[in-house]
Structure formats: structure tokens, C-alpha cells
Design a protein around this ligand. Structure first.
Ligand SMILES: Cc1ncc(COP(=O)(O)O)c(C=O)c1O
Length: 440
């Protein structure tokens, strides 16, 4: 716990970091000013906005991105997990160039959709049949709607800190943009409390949806015992268990469900699986997914102009079949585990109130010393320190999410990991010295 004087010193350091940021990025500032004339706040994707103005990116190559102001950064954000393949992967690039030669707004079935579906079915234990969409949000919309229609029960249980898309954002307070479903919110990783809530609404619950590790919530893994309880309860009560693996599907060859041996009824996917193009998918138990078979007189409808868009389908096939193979997935996540342990060791040795939570290639920094089991544990975090960390890393040429998310993508190697560890160490040393000075 920092004293008031120490917090004032951090606030002053943050103020000067912010001033240096403004000085270093005049072209991004001007770009944002122009964008704000036609987009609210100059922004069309809330998660990307950050004060005082966002940096505009103009180029990506391998593990690096370059800003409009000519600064190059190591990309440790990896487009919030969608950028797993890095920038302009040559095999994906060639696939798209080949696709261009044969047309890309077909208005008919294409062969790649069957290939991608087969690759997905072979990888993820719960998926017997799958359908494609354009985003993770859309995939979740359809998964919840499928569960509701199949069970005839309206309530969907969600979890604090859960994120399933802009209209499915479940913070500690209710979002005005929440889609009008009958949601019941439980506390993540709270086995007894959640079971009591489920029992209280048992007759009406058709869906239980969660991320097996909360991604946007701060890379907070579920306790496997919590998942096991949810699996058992939903099976016993005829509710549909949906795992949102839009982010976590990368954490093992078969997603987090395979790693932990818990098989949901439905799974949603998104992000990198489209090879870096707009993508979403929902799939699962054959008896549920067969309801979409258009040959049935009572078929569920699921349309979408771009569900089978040529670029996504073609790049997705090459990505899963040739690039993110099972062995590569295992190696990448081992690399992420080692990096996270290394960063936590830096914080631990310096007795700095900072930790990196997560699994495998996904992690998030938190300025919290105690255990993090759900988003309530993060309310004690020092927001100014986290902002300072972000500005500091940016100055050291490292690109991460303002909220502290870090993802290891395929082009990240040892040199990049060393650079991140050195940058984190420098931040910790500098900030520790600042805090010590104020307490002496
Ligand atoms: C777990 C999870 N589900 C769903 C989504 C929504 O996906 P999209 O942004 O493609 O709509 C996201 C996006 O970050 C996510 O992290």
C-alpha cells in the first residue's frame, strides 16, 4: 500500500510521461483531431481509445508496428489475440493474393468453408458441427440464442468481468449497451455463490456462458473446480454450457477446454482463427447444431452475407493447417508461460506491487499484490501506476494494451522477450526509486 506522498509522486511522474507522449506524437494528435470531426471522439472501437489521444499506426511487419510519428514498437499486443500470426505472414499474404485472382464476393458456397470447418472440428473437443459468423460478438449472439431456443428457457447466466462483445460486457455495474436478454450475473470463480444463484433460478436457466479464462477482464483463469461445477450443474438441469473461447482457443491445440478436460455443449471462436480477417464461429454438440440444417422444416435460421467470406475462409485454413499446428501451439504457450514467470520474478524480487496473471501466450499486468481470482480483486489496483507502466513501455518501444494486456504472437522470439523483460525491469527500478525517495 503506497502512502499519499508516494501516490502524489506517481501522479507527478504520470503527468510528465503524458507531456512527453504529447511532444513525441504530434502527427497522431493531428490525425485524432481530424478523426474527431467525423467519428465520435475520433474513435470507432472503444477498446483502442486512450487519453490524451491514441497513437495512429501505419505499418505492421513481423513482430513490429510503426506509428504515423515514425516510431517503431515491438508488438506485444498482437491485436488482442487476433494477431497471433504476426504482421503480413508470407503464407497468409500469398493465400490472399491467390484468392484475389478468383474473386471474393461469390454469393455461393466455397470449398474453403468445408476445409476450415473440418480443421476446427478436428481440433476442439466440443465441436461436432460448426457455423461461421463475422465476429466473436455475433458468434456469442448466436450461441446464446441457440441455447435459449433449444431449451425454451430464457435466462442466461453470465459472470462479472466477462466479455463476450460490446453488447455483452459484464462489469461490476450494468452497461447501458447490454443486449436485451434475460441475464443473471454471478461472481467468477465463486463456486458456492454461483451454485446458489443457479439453484435459485434453476427452472428458467437455458444458458451458462463464460470464458474459461477471462480475457478482457484481465487474463484471470477459471478455477478448474469452478468449471467442473458448472459442467455438472448444467448437465443435471438441462441447461447449455457455452465456453467463449474467442481468445482462449489459442492456449492449447484444442483450446482451454482440451487443456482442462472440461467439454462444454457449445463453443464460440473468433480472433486469429480467421487468419487475421473478420471472424466468428459457434459450434458444439451435433444434436444442437443440427437444428440449423436448412433441410429441416423447423430449421433455425442463421444468415450473414460475409459468413463464408473468401479471405477469412482461405486464410483460416492455411493458418490452422500449416502455421498454428498442434506443436506450434504447445511451443508458443510454453514460451508465454516462461515469459510470465520471468516478469513476475522481476516484480517479486523488487517487492513491487505488480503481477502478471494469465496462461500461456496471454497475460495482463495488474498493480495488485494479492491473489487475483476475479475482477473484484482488481479494484484495489493502482490505476495511476498502471497508466505510468503503459506510457513507460511505449517510450521504451513496447506496444501493449493500455489496460495492461500482453500477448505473445508467433513472430515474437527470445530477443523480443528479453527486450520486454529489460523494459519492465527498468520501469520497476525507476518507479521503486521514486517511491523510496518519497519515503526517506
Ligand atoms: C472472449 C471474447 N468474446 C467475444 C469477443 C468479441 O469478439 P469481436 O470483437 O470479434 O466481436 C471478444 C473480443 O475481444 C472476446 O475477447
Amino acid at each position: 500500500m503506497l502512502t499519499d506522498t508516494q501516490n502524489q509522486a506517481i501522479a507527478a511522474a504520470l503527468e510528465s510521461a503524458r507531456a512527453r507522449f504529447v511532444d513525441a506524437n504530434p502527427r497522431s494528435r493531428e490525425q485524432h483531431r481530424k478523426a474527431a470531426e467525423v467519428l465520435p471522439g475520433g474513435n470507432t472501437r472503444t477498446s483502442l481509445f486512450s487519453e490524451p489521444f491514441p497513437v495512429t499506426l501505419v505499418r505492421g511487419s513481423g513482430a513490429r508496428v510503426t506509428s504515423l510519428d515514425g516510431r517503431e514498437y515491438i508488438d506485444f499486443l498482437g491485436e488482442y489475440t487476433a494477431g497471433l500470426y504476426g504482421h503480413s505472414h508470407p503464407a497468409l499474404r500469398q493465400t490472399v493474393l491467390d484468392a484475389l485472382d478468383n474473386g471474393w464476393v461469390m454469393g455461393g458456397h466455397i470449398r474453403h468453408e468445408e476445409e476450415l470447418a473440418r480443421l476446427i472440428r478436428d481440433r476442439f473437443p466440443s465441436i461436432e458441427l460448426v457455423r461461421f459468423a463475422n465476429s466473436g460478438t455475433e458468434a456469442n449472439l448466436f450461441a446464446i440464442s441457440t441455447a435459449r431456443a433449444a431449451t425454451g428457457k430464457n435466462k442466461a447466466v453470465v459472470f462479472e468481468g466477462g466479455y463476450h462483445g460490446g453488447v455483452f460486457t459484464f462489469g461490476l455495474t450494468r452497461s447501458a449497451m447490454e443486449a436485451p436478454f434475460d441475464f443473471v450475473k454471478a461472481q467468477y470463480n465463486d463456486i458456492d455463490g454461483t451454485r446458489a444463484l443457479l439453484d435459485a433460478h434453476a427452472a428458467e436457466i437455458g444458458t451458462v456462458i463464460l470464458e474459461p479464462m477471462q480475457g478482457s477482464g484481465g487474463c484471470i483463469p477459471a478455477d478448474p473446480a469452478f468449471l467442473a461445477m458448472l459442467r455438472e450443474w448444467t448437465s443435471a438441469h438441462g441447461a447449455i454450457l457455452v465456453f467463449d473461447e474467442v481468445m482462449t482457443s489459442r492456449l492449447s491445440p484444442g483450446g482451454l477446454q482440451a487443456l482442462w478436460g472440461v467439454t462444454p455443449d457449445l463453443t464460440t471462436l473468433g480472433k486469429y482463427i480467421g487468419g487475421g480477417f473478420s471472424f466468428g464461429a459457434f459450434g458444439g454438440r451435433a444434436d444442437l447444431m443440427e437444428r440449423f440444417d436448412p433441410r429441416r422444416p423447423d430449421a433455425f435460421a442463421h444468415a450473414g452475407t460475409f459468413n463464408n467470406n473468401v479471405f477469412t475462409m482461405a486464410a483460416g485454413v492455411v493458418g490452422l493447417r500449416d502455421i498454428y499446428t498442434a506443436d506450434v501451439a504447445v511451443a508458443l504457450n510454453a514460451c508465454g508461460d516462461a515469459l510470465r514467470a520471468r516478469l513476475n520474478e522481476i516484480a517479486g524480487k523488487a517487492r513491487f506491487p505488480m503481477q502478471f496473471t494469465g496462461l500461456g501466450s496471454m497475460m495482463n499486468v495488474h498493480m495488485v499484490a494479492g491473489a487475483v481470482r476475479n475482477v473484484r480483486d482488481l479494484t484495489a489496483g493502482n490505476a495511476a501506476l498502471r497508466d505510468l507502466f503503459w506510457f513507460d513501455l511505449l517510450e521504451q518501444g513496447v506496444w501493449i494494451a493500455r489496460r495492461g494486456m500482453i500477448n505473445v504472437s508467433l513472430p515474437i522470439g527470445e530477443a523480443e522477450c528479453d527486450q520486454l523483460a529489460t523494459a519492465v525491469e527498468a520501469f520497476v527500478d525507476r518507479t521503486n526509486a521514486l517511491v523510496r525517495k518519497e519515503s526517506s
